[in-house]
Ligand binder design. Structure first.
Ligand code: ZN
Length: 177
């Protein structure tokens, strides 16, 4: 049975390491990790999760966008498991958007990302796939890929003024001032 894993929090060294490439996606231990990450991201109302966030320093991410209490306007998709994901191409165009992170609870930051990306990854069966994402999903991919390189969204803030608490973020989104 898959279990909900504990989430590593900012300050833990596992979030700052460069994660290791996965030689064989079909290993049973890795399959169990994927299953655990799928229930963990759903349990935490996440839209993505990277293995280092559950204390496993290997190159695997899940993109699992769907509307939830943390991201009411997130597009709905089937959760996608990506082993050894790579950024192949990116648009010249960038855009700013608000991000949160399960490893940095209670905060949101305004981060600039490529608007469109072309990516390559292996499925959990080891099949190589390519895909194109734009907007919110391109953002989630870039955020999760950063985790595999020990980078957190707070590293990409252009100003500390772009970092707000989740409570204040929610108040501003509701049109408060
Ligand atoms: Zn994160």
């Amino acid at each position: 049975m898959p279990i909900v894993r504990q989430l590593a929090q900012m300050g833990h060294p596992v979030l700052r390491r460069v994660a290791e490439r996965i030689a064989d996606p079909a290993l049973p231990a890795l399959r169990a990790l994927v299953d655990d990450m799928l229930v963990t991201v759903a349990d935490a109302n996440g839209v993505g999760l990277a293995a280092p966030q559950v204390y496993e320093a290997c190159r695997m991410i899940i993109i699992a966008s769907r509307p939830n209490p943390r991201y009411p306007h997130a597009p709905e998709m089937e959760p996608t498991v990506m082993v050894n994901p790579e950024l192949l191409r990116s648009s010249d165009e960038r855009e700013h958007g608000w991000e949160g992170c399960l490893s940095i609870p209670g905060m949101r930051g305004l981060v600039s990302r490529y608007r469109k990306v072309g990516v390559r990854y292996q499925t959990r069966e080891g099949v190589v796939r390519e895909a194109e994402y734009e907007g919110f999903l391109a953002r989630v991919f870039q955020h999760e890929l950063d985790h595999l390189n020990g980078v957190l969204y707070v590293d990409r803030l252009e100003s500390m003024l772009d970092l707000v608490t989740e409570k204040e973020y929610a108040r501003q989104q509701q049109g408060g001032s």
